[in-house]
Design a protein around this ligand. Structure first.
Ligand code: FAD
Ligand code: SF4
Length: 509
């Protein structure tokens, strides 16, 4: 029988999505790809993100050559209809791997099931059934990442020695929280892999310019030279470079920030991972080999494995586990709209050096590492009481690695505490002291991290206390926050701080 056509979504671009083994598509299946313009019309994405997704899809189509039918249509439904008309001679059924968003899954599930077979998800270490097994084992207990990560390591025999964690301990986080080295503006590690644009990138840029000129779509941010991989070959080169040249320093300064070195020792692999160009298993295996065979330090290797086999996997599973209404959780009842300067990525309008620096990184590249996302951007949104769903939408649109599945738990749960603690044990926010300790951003700032009130009051320090005050009752019931909340009683200038915050509407940018 002739193989069925397999439909590839734009985040399913690696070879493992066309592998007929283990429940994949038919051997040598013809491939269908649909570039749906409505995706960009619906929301105002970062232009670099639109560029990356289109470039990656078109590069994949070019690689697949005659095997692929690449349809440019307004919507997926129209693309399917067009492909169906041209496919009359083919067997009537399609296959597709389980998509990564609820909306796309709902769409493919709504199609005539005589026409389409949904294959199991790819691109993650565990399937939903394995996660359900872990949840069952922990029913009644907490579903914290640490327990899940250890379970996954055992199950996949990752960084294990004779049934115990390598080095005798599961968690080397205490080695991975160093402030940046003093008197250095960069970490001085080898540069990450960098991209060379080709004619497909030029064509994408040309199309995006035209769509914008025609008023069809509107973007935010700058579409500078492409920085991230869009093909399997580029993704493997980026992974190789990270593991051989940069993994060594990954752990130690994982949480630090340097204004002139936004990437530091981070891997920049979230884009190729989330486009499906890399499989997480190969990333963690290569990191483990670097420890076993080449002497890479365990704290760096464990830190990296924790990010991928722990956090990434956990977030993917929670997206499906928590259900559709997780998106609208708002346990702290935050309703403030996002300010225009944030929506427009207007970094130049901001006085706070940390926020201005990080917002400029987002404007120029669509990327910052984990700590600026959590402790500068997300913390600001939390302190100012911005509506969590709007914050999630902003992160999704403005980050090159943002997809529904990864944004929801990271923003609703981790960054905005809007799920009331399902994912984290406490809200992640801090005063300027943390940013001062972990970065070189406060030195040149017009504000002082220790000032709560007055002309030089740091908006993060004032915002932190105002946040604790606003949610005093809820937070004092949380054992990890109770001491911080008690600290409010020692503040002699609390009224002045709150009056100033109220006068300004939100805290000074
Ligand atoms: P590294 O620091 O080198 O980490 C290695 C890999 O671990 C990453 O490439 C990523 O695949 C994975 N990883 C680590 N933490 C997470 C996490 N919490 N969730 C999922 N994967 C993780 N990550 C995304 O991939 N897409 C997002 O849209 C995204 N949004 C975020 C929003 C907020 C508010 C926060 C706090 C975190 C978010 N993250 C997101 C997680 C993390 O910030 C990024 O994965 C990381 O910064 C990407 O850079 P990197 O590849 O250099 O990561
Ligand atoms: Fe940010 Fe406050 Fe430091 Fe300025 S002083 S950089 S606003 S934390």
């Amino acid at each position: 029988m002739a193989p069925r056509t397999h439909w590839l979504f734009g985040d399913q671009l690696g070879p493992h999505f066309l592998d007929p083994r283990h429940g994949g598509p038919d051997e040598d299946a013809p491939v269908l790809m649909i570039e749906a313009r409505s995706v960009f019309r619906r929301r105002r994405f970062h232009r670099a993100k639109a560029h990356l997704v289109l470039s990656a899809m078109r590069h994949r189509a070019a690689e697949l050559g005659d095997r692929v039918r690449y349809v440019q249509a307004e919507t997926y439904a129209q693309g399917l209809a067009e492909a169906r008309d041209r496919r009359r001679k083919d067997p009537p059924r399609l296959t597709v791997h389980h998509p990564t968003s609820r909306a796309a899954l709902t769409f493919v599930s709504s199609l005539d099931q005589a026409e389409i077979e949904i294959l199991k998800p790819r691109g993650f270490l565990l399937d939903h059934a394995e996660f359900a097994e872990w949840v069952k084992e922990h029913s009644g207990g907490s579903l914290r990442m640490e327990g899940f990560y250890r379970w996954t390591r055992r199950r996949h025999d990752l960084l294990m020695e004779g049934g115990s964690p390598a080095g005798g301990t599961w968690n080397l986080d205490h080695d991975n929280r160093e402030p940046p080295p003093k008197n250095r503006s960069t970490l001085g590690v080898p540069e990450p892999w960098s991209a060379t644009e080709d004619e497909i990138d030029a064509e994408v840029r040309h199309d995006l310019d035209r769509w914008e000129r025609d008023g069809d779509v509107s973007f935010v941010g700058r579409d500078g030279p492409r920085r991230f991989p869009v093909t399997r070959r580029e993704a493997l080169a980026a992974l190789r470079r990270f593991v051989s040249e940069r993994l060594t320093d990954f752990g130690r300064y994982e949480d630090a920030m340097l204004a002139a070195d936004p990437v530091m020792s981070h891997s920049l692999l979230s884009v190729p991972l989330n486009l499906g160009l890399l499989d997480p298993a190969e990333c963690v295996e290569r990191a483990e080999n670097a420890w076993r065979e080449d002497g890479a330090p365990l704290n760096s290797v464990e830190g990296f494995v924790r990010q991928i086999a722990g956090w990434r996997e956990y977030v993917w599973q929670l997206y499906w586990h928590f259900g559709e209404d997780y998106r609208t959780r708002n346990s702290l009842r935050h309703t403030a709209p996002l300010p225009d300067w944030f929506l427009e990525l207007d970094a130049d309008a901001i006085t706070a050096n940390c926020l201005s620096t990080v917002l400029a990184q987002v404007r120029d590249t669509g990327w910052t590492h984990h700590i600026p996302r959590l402790m500068v951007l997300g913390s600001r949104a939390l302190q100012d009481g911005w509506e969590p769903a709007a914050v999630t939408d902003w992160f999704h649109r403005c980050f090159v690695d943002g997809y529904d599945w990864v944004m929801l738990p990271n923003v609703v749960g981790m960054s905005q505490y809007a799920d009331g603690g399902l994912m984290t044990t406490k809200p992640y926010t801090s005063g300027g002291a943390y940013i001062n300790k972990m970065s070189d951003l406060c030195g040149p700032c017009a504000y002082r991290p220790t000032h709560r009130t007055g002309d030089h009051a740091c908006p993060y320090t004032a915002g932190y206390w105002a946040f604790l005050h606003r949610h005093r009752t809820t937070l004092s019931a949380n054992h990890r926050m109770a001491r911080a909340v008690k600290g409010l009683d020692r503040l002699k200038d609390l009224d002045e701080l709150l009056d100033a915050a109220e006068d300004r509407g939100d805290l000074a940018p």
